[in-house]
Design a protein around this ligand. Structure first.
Ligand SMILES: *Cc1c(COP(=O)(O)O)cnc(C)c1O
Length: 217
């Protein structure tokens, strides 16, 4: 599988303002380096242990994104280096990120994950919970975090109308709050639904299997 070539081809079809996070979870360093070779620098992982191991063994100019559910007791392991945390789904988690970022002497960029899907299993904040956190940040809480934007995962459904509606709801919320809270990133879209996400204003997509092939768990 030639990941580098896949990425070059894939990027040709993307609008220039859309940032590609290459989701390398479960994939070996060898494939990540193939992507690195053609200039890809942003990679996403969903497990803290894997993220740390890959950070330690791969080139240091890779920008690592934590895209999965993050447990509070594990924030400390990634706080020194992680570039963007996509899945902030509680004020308690944000408080812990702030604490560890302070220790690491960093301002940690994060996205608030909003629950937009119908499935119960997907994590995330409601719109009103997110607004509360954005206001808290604006009022000076969590000084060592920068809330750069929002992230959402649509229902895993073949019904494009469902997916479209969910992304559209999140886009509207993003537009409503963008200026007041200086948000610049809307992370929506994976291999199966990135076209719908981009049509709904996404400017960051998280793509795994389309680039790397099906996952081997
Ligand atoms: C695995 C994963 C992706 C990528 O999924 P693909 O369908 O392989 O593109 C995107 N976002 C999150 C949060 C993931 O866990």
């Amino acid at each position: 599988m030639e990941v580098g070539k896949n990425i070059v081809e894939f990027k040709k079809s993307l609008p220039s303002e859309v940032c590609l996070v290459a989701v390398s979870k479960t994939k070996p360093n060898e494939l990540i380096l193939d992507a690195y070779q053609i200039g890809q620098r942003i990679f996403g992982e969903n497990k803290v242990q894997d993220l740390v191991a890959k950070y330690e063994s791969l080139p240091k100019d890779i920008e690592w994104h934590m895209i999965g559910h993050l447990q509070r007791n594990k924030v400390k392991y990634i706080a020194p280096f992680v570039v963007l945390i996509h899945g902030v789904d509680s004020a308690k988690l944000l408080a812990e990120i702030n604490k560890q970022a302070l220790k690491a002497n960093r301002i940690q960029a994060v996205l608030l994950q909003i629950h937009i899907a119908q499935e119960e299993s997907k994590f995330g904040l409601s719109f009103s919970e997110a607004e509360e956190i954005l206001n808290d940040r604006k009022n000076g809480n969590y000084p060592n975090v920068k809330i750069e934007g929002l992230m959402g995962m649509a229902t895993n459904s073949d019904d494009q109308n469902v997916v479209n509606k969910e992304f559209s709801n999140l886009h509207n919320f993003y537009k409503k709050n963008k200026d007041e809270f200086a948000l610049s990133t809307l992370s929506m879209g994976m291999s199966g639904d990135y076209n719908v996400a981009i049509a709904n204003g996404s400017n960051m997509i998280r793509i795994g299997s389309t680039l790397f092939g099906a996952r081997n768990y």
